[in-house]
Design a protein around this ligand. Sequence first.
Ligand SMILES: [Zn+2]
Length: 337
Amino acid sequence: MLRRIAMGLGALLLLAAGALYYLLFTYGDPAVDPAWAVAGSADPPAGAVTARWTGTSTLVFSDGETTLVIDGWFSRPGPIQLLFGEIAPDLDAIERGLAHNELTRAAMVVPVHSHYDHAMDSPEVAKRTGALLVGSEATAQIGRGWGLPEEQIRVVGDGERLRFGAFEVVIHESRHFEFPDPVLRERALGDPEIREPLVPPVPAFDYKVGVPLAVEVRHPRGSLLVQGSAGFVPGGLSDADVDVLFLGTGGLGTQTEQYRETYWRETVDATSPSRIIPIHWDALFGPIEGPFRGSLRAAGFLAAGSETTLEFLREKEAGHPDLRFQTLPRYDPVVLY
Ligand SMILES: [Zn+2]
């Protein structure tokens, strides 16, 4: 009898360990078509505007003279630390991330919102590159908590325009995608403000969302827009026509068909790009080098419905033969225009 109980318990433990391993150490399939992958250019022509992608929505744009950074997120706290511990910028990871992007000077770093996976490292990136930290009041508090001087922080609102070299940046207030899980939704989006300087290490949820932004970047050679989270303000992008749209697709498959269609209309139809580059579909917890992975199984909020997301994107691709879909390599520069 005792032996049977012991064996039963052993089997249960094995099962639990297996489930934990599955959740915390394996990844879903990325919600992109492998055929969309483009290679980097070893030697971009002088004056070309290039994009480099680290993963999530961390992007670096440059025309050779001026460099702009979206997010600049390189720390990758693990799921246990994220759920039960406190997190802080990982200085070694930031140093490696800047080196991989060949990033020494930048004019601006703008997180698309103030959650940890966008804004946590931005003040340190600003410190190391001399960039101006741009964002909502919540982003400014993250900068202050990290000791970034006030003259290197710029709080912006809807419609604001900033000039850096030949680039013009236009800020559009946007929305975060709605987490389908009500508990997570309340914790991540319920109270959006950070009311005082945020000094890490802190629990991950202390990085409140702030005001999500869509960032339009205009240049004499071409224009682009970065929509980091799969949310929208109705009519918010009606005056933002661009050539390239960096489209946040994480979690899109968890939303209703109607939501996806509205998101498409409010971002893609509204900005009428000729090229779409999906972003924020890769693992938050995965390695920051090597091939991109889909989300960790445990992070169901982004991974769930990834087949639906891919199906949706493929349908849109089939319905718009004039629209090119591309995914960027990791770190290597790709010529946009
Ligand atoms: Zn977020």
